[in-house]
Design a protein around this ligand. Structure first.
Ligand code: CP
Ligand code: NVA
Length: 305
């Protein structure tokens, strides 16, 4: 049966651990392999990307397949032809689709109408591939996928797509998750409620220091996500107290790590000294996009039989 990864809630806790374990195995085994020989991946991007594009394109190549990059002007998704028509046409020719779309509905519609696996490479609501790579980075440091549940993760900033994926990860792996964000920037209430129903411990606070107190992981992301550029000035003011800086790092656990999905805005959500400092693991995260995305594609291929 074809499976999609539109959000982390598409994976059971066991499947989430399986993909992470596979990623560790793939990373440690070196490259290349022929696990996806002859496989083609269509990559639809409505927004810019460095890490997502390169990790999927390099990843499929290292597994013996090939990628076809479709920039906005190439297909003009939903404009030149409908999303369902694009999905059905692509599914007749390629084996997998990754899509970075403005609205989550667009990537969902691709998945509904394509008979091949569809991967969300970031939508307004979720960024599951990023958080899989983040979890891989933490599992690697702990030499274990099984003990991720012992962590305390503090996310400082917007209750956005990346945070939504962190919430769904918490519901699957059992770590404690806290968000510090200004009023009005809370995560989506229905996703939060579903994650809590699934057993996640998630606190939403207004104070960054309170959220970071004793945390093992301090995570941040841009204050203004792609598609929200008109709000950038207002957000710069509203989020001024939600910066990951040296003072904030004083209240975390002593061996805490700092994470950021990148791209970063030094001097806004994170200071340059913390981003470049000894606790930062941001470029390990970036590299692990490659290994996590390879594992995801192999796993999705296995599900089809
Ligand atoms: N973190 C991330 O998704 O990076 P890109 O936007 O460069 O793909
Ligand atoms: N929240 C950010 C993540 C970028 C990788 C955005 O959506 O632009």
């Amino acid at each position: 049966m074809k499976r999609d990864l539109l959000r982390l809630a598409d994976l059971t806790p066991e499947e989430c651990r399986r993909v992470l374990t596979l990623a560790l195995e793939i990373k440690n085994s070196g490259r290349p392999s022929t696990q996806l020989a002859g496989t083609t991946l269509a990559m639809i991007f409505e927004k810019p990307s460095l890490r997502t594009r390169i990790s999927f394109e390099t990843g499929i190549f290292q597994l013996g397949g090939m990628a076809i990059h479709l920039a906005p002007q190439d297909i003009r998704l939903g404009e030149r032809e409908t999303v369902p028509d694009v999905a059905r046409t692509l599914a007749g020719m390629v084996d997998m689709i990754v899509a970075r779309t403005f609205t989550h509905d667009t990537v969902s519609s691709l998945a509904t109408h394509a008979q091949v696996p569809v991967i969300n490479g970031l939508s307004d609501l979720h960024h599951p591939c990023q958080v899989l790579a983040d979890l891989l980075t933490l599992a690697e440091r702990r030499s274990s996928v099984e003990t991720l549940g012992d962590l305390t993760v503090a996310f400082v900033g917007d209750g956005n797509n990346v945070f939504h994926s962190w919430m769904e990860a918490a519901a699957r792996l059992g770590f404690r998750l806290t968000l510090a964000c200004p009023a009005g920037y809370d995560p989506d209430a229905s996703i939060l409620e579903a994650c809590r129903r699934d057993g996640a411990t998630i606190d939403i606070l207004r104070n960054a220091a309170e959220a970071a107190q004793g945390a093992n992981v301090v995570y941040t992301d841009v204050w203004t996500s792609m598609g929200q550029e008109d709000e950038a000035d207002e957000r710069r003011k509203t989020f001024a107290d939600y910066q990951v800086n040296e003072a904030l790092m004083q209240v975390t656990a002593k061996d805490a790590v700092v994470m950021h999905c990148l791209p970063a805005h030094r001097g806004e959500e994170i200071t340059a000294d913390v981003l470049e400092g000894s606790q930062s693991i941001v470029f390990a995260q970036a590299e692990n996009r490659l290994h996590a995305q390879k594992a995801l594609m192999v796993w999705l291929g296995e599900q089809r039989g």
